[in-house]
Ligand binder design. Structure first.
Ligand SMILES: CC(=O)[C@@H](O)[C@H](O)COP(=O)(O)O
Ligand SMILES: NCC(=O)COP(=O)(O)O
Length: 252
């Protein structure tokens, strides 16, 4: 369910279920079930479900994606690296959305945005391959004018601005600078006719400033929701995040 805001721009919540799978994999049990988490998240207000099939399968497994795809009532946003293996998998599963992300096996989490400038030809080919399967492609990039331009020029209709540096900023001044970068990046994306999303490291007290940016259509949030769910319950963690986002957008 999307909330139409005075600005006319809907703010949507993509719930990333990766770390439900992290907890499941910790003991090799079948629980907690990421599929159940996704379906309950939809009931609690998620507008889409995001999941990151990493090369090392540290959390989401191929079967999670395969089983979930036909069951989702909203839509699936599959995050994947720009590799033949992942592109072929995505073309077989045909999620509504694929977000191309950078990936290094040794990273703890996604460290930066996809370098579309450096890998332009490969990313363009990946975008075209996915679009041939009627998959909408998003590029997970830093809020950088050159990257936004390259994303537009390679034919991707959507960008997701990496909010990690904003989320990890300790000093208020640094966080303000990062917020301005994201605001400018979002405006640049809109000027280029792109759908602009954002995500990474967002939580219950830093999401408001991002949700207030009227050019941003969708926030993908996972780790903080899974963490909060331990104390508040899964449905509440999702519904609370959605309510905070909507209220922030309404307040402007
Ligand atoms: C691309 C992104 O920022 C998130 O999807 C993040 O990758 C979540 O997965 P990890 O926590 O495994 O990095
Ligand atoms: N693309 C961001 C995402 O899906 C969730 O990132 P995080 O909230 O787990 O940091």
């Amino acid at each position: 369910m999307s909330f139409l805001q005075p600005s006319g721009q809907v703010i949507e919540l993509g719930v990333n279920i990766d770390h439900v799978a992290t907890l499941r994999n910790a003991r090799g049990t079948a629980y907690p079930d990421p599929i159940q988490a996704a379906l309950l998240a939809e009931e609690a207000g998620a507008d889409l479900i995001t999941l990151h099939l990493r090369e090392d399968r540290r959390h989401i497994k191929d079967a999670d994606v395969e089983i979930l795809r036909p069951q989702l009532r909203t839509r699936m946003n599959l995050e994947a690296a720009v590799t033949a293996e992942m592109l072929d998998f995505a073309c077989r599963i045909k999620p509504q959305d694929v977000c191309l992300v950078p990936e290094r096996r040794e990273e703890i989490t996604t460290e930066g945005g996809l370098d579309v400038v450096r890998y332009f030809s490969q990313v363009k080919a990946a975008v075209q391959q996915l679009q041939r399967e009627n998959i909408r492609v998003s590029l997970f990039i830093d809020a950088d004018a050159e990257q936004i331009q390259a994303a537009s020029e390679c034919g991707a209709p959507v960008i997701e601005l990496h909010t990690g540096r904003y989320a990890e900023a300790h000093a208020e001044e640094e966080q303000g600078r990062e917020l301005s970068r994201i605001e400018q990046g979002a405006a640049e994306g809109i000027n280029r006719g792109l759908k602009v999303n954002a995500g990474h490291g967002l939580h219950y007290t830093n999401v408001q400033a991002i949700a207030r940016i009227p050019d941003i259509a969708e926030l993908n949030i996972g780790h903080a929701i899974v963490a909060h769910a331990i104390f508040a319950g899964w449905r509440n963690a999702v519904s609370e995040m959605k309510a905070i986002m909507v209220q922030a957008r309404l307040n402007g």
